[in-house]
Design a protein around this ligand. Structure first.
Ligand SMILES: [Zn+2]
Length: 114
């Protein structure tokens, strides 16, 4: 019978680790001294990609998606402005991320580029 409890405890710890690892990692990153604008831009873009994925897989509600997407896009734009990346370089019309010249889809949000 004990095996069931032990197994249950191990599973609980693993689930907790999966849930809390990103939070702890995030704190750790913040603790590194803020990071450069480049780091913050990359992080915001990574968050956008992750959010897009979670939305596509139904893990995030439409309301949360819109709120978080706007926040991350704002972070990405703020960091980009700080980096002095000019606005005339190609940018995604839906999330504002800098995209490669001639790319057909945004690497951050997956949106189609004209
Ligand atoms: Zn985009």
């Amino acid at each position: 019978m004990y095996a069931v409890y032990i197994f249950g405890s191990i599973m609980a710890v693993l689930v907790a680790a999966v849930i809390f690892a990103p939070l702890i990692e995030g704190r750790w990153r913040e603790g590194k001294g803020g990071g450069s604008a480049e780091d913050r831009k990359e992080e915001a873009l990574a968050n956008l990609r992750e959010l897009e994925f979670e939305y596509q897989t139904g893990k995030v509600s439409e309301g949360d998606y819109a709120t978080l997407r706007a926040r991350y896009a704002r972070h990405a734009l703020a960091a980009r402005d700080e980096l002095g990346e000019s606005l005339d370089s190609a940018s995604c019309p839906s999330c504002g991320s800098t995209v490669k010249e001639g790319a057909k889809f945004c690497s951050a949000c997956g949106g189609a580029l004209s």
